[in-house]
Write a protein that binds this ligand. Sequence first.
Ligand code: HEM
Length: 202
Amino acid sequence: MSPANPIRRDGLHARLRAATDPAHRALEAGLDWQARVATRAGYRDLLARLHGFHATWEHAIGAQLSDETFLAPRRRLALLAADLDHLGLAPAAIAALPQPGAVRLDGPAAAMGALYVLEGSTLGGQLIGRHIAGLHGFSETGLAYYRAHGPRTGAMWSAFRTRLEAFGDDPDAEATLTHAAVATFAAMRAWLCAPHGVPGAG
Ligand code: HEM
């Protein structure tokens, strides 16, 4: 191994987690989720923003991953719509919610990098979901997005990681994947944490 290609003891997942850790921390800090979900109106606003984000990014991921069998159970746009419906938003209002402008991902590796961010959010989401359940008395209805895979969270994450590791054999693919993951974290932070209204809505 040359110095430019040091021995890599960890798998791609460990490297990806380390590379995106600052972005995760920044998002977590910027989100201020406990304050956001403290009221039903705040929770609804957060879900409305997530709806826009998932609409754009799930579409972009689907177009480049080209594996609906793998992606379909990980899509959460319909779960967001169900929760918003439970919180009193009419279907027409849900359909009209703002979304970020179209995103272009450069191939399957970039799509996996973006999906890593969305899928990884189901992990911390379990904790957030339990908090919201206790606060607002929801069980499953109204909490579908944060409940996500529920008791299958560990199994779904394990299957995701297995798929992720396949990209670790190709340094170029890994670089593309990692870059896309960092960019997705940044885009999510910009979209969810914008102080007034929703940025770049179109
Ligand atoms: C929507 C915003 C968020 C996104 C996109 C996100 C994304 C991620 C990702 C990608 C991972 C996987 C890390 C790995 O590779 O192991 C993860 C894990 C985790 N996140 Fe977040 N996260 C978000 C918000 C939060 C918040 C607000 C919290 C605080 C409650 C949180 C707590 C955690 C925890 C505890 C884990 C590790 C879970 C475990 O290892 O079992 N996340 N998140």
